[in-house]
Design a protein. Sequence first.
Length: 335
Amino acid sequence: MVWIDYAIMAVLGLSCLVSLIRGFVREALSLVTWGCAFYVASHYYADLSVWFTGFEDERVRNGIAIAALFIVTLIVGAIVNYVIGQLVEKTGLSGTDRVLGICFGALRGVLIIAAILFFLDTFTGMAKSDDWHQSQFIPYFTPVIRCFLNTCKARQVSCLKYRLWSLLNEEKTYVRYCRIAGVMPVNQSIYDALTVLQHRGQDAAGIITIDANNCFRLRKANGLVSDVFEARHMQRMQGNMGIGHVRYPTAGSSSASEAQPFYVNSPYGITLAHNGNLTNAHELRKKLLKKNAAISIPPLIPKSSSIFSPVSWITSVTTRWKRTTSSRRLRRPTA
């Protein structure tokens, strides 16, 4: 055996020893407590943060609320864990509890070792070393690692390796594609969202809102979000619904007229933003030309005199949109 095998034995033995001392019930409750702490802190921090009015920065209030909820949940869980542990000992089931605890510890140790081996194999060159190939225990963990990867793929957790690598190499990695934000109410909220979504490759930004009189307020231009929108622009863009878009050009020109969202003032007005290209655009173009429809962005809006009401018009656009082959997101505030 090599040193890797001894390290595996040490991790596995330590995990089993801890579970033997604590017992299965306490170990299981401890795991549940940590899960509850993460859930409570992530879902209810906003309700608690409003009470910390002494701090002006919202991030500070949220941070304090998250920490408080997390710690309190752990304390409550520890108390419950202790009480149940005492009940288990008084019922005379401590022997069975400790045996089950060893099994729990062994399973946990296997998962911890598999995670460490996966990390070393993926992000380091240790898998090419002689000690790695001479190890007697590493081959037994290969099925566990393979099962983990298959589970991730089945749940569409794609590019796990790339995502982790991106975190470790943030300066070298940039995700290059358009992004869309749609929220209610709007204005500053969409601005903040687009600021987060943009990256260095972004060349244009746009926001459109609808005011109380059902009038569109559109502003789009080339540049980053902070360059496109000034205070005077934000004051003019009132309303409780809107769309925001930041563009990374992968095809076509980069003119300001092609910045999104797009607005069509016929027959009743529609705004939309799309993500990516229409891979079946040639096929759609032929169908539209046969129907004497205009070829423009959005190319799915037919110029048919039979469309005379907002309901039938929206239905028509939705039906044609489903015929496209692309990755897209549609927000359709209509006036």
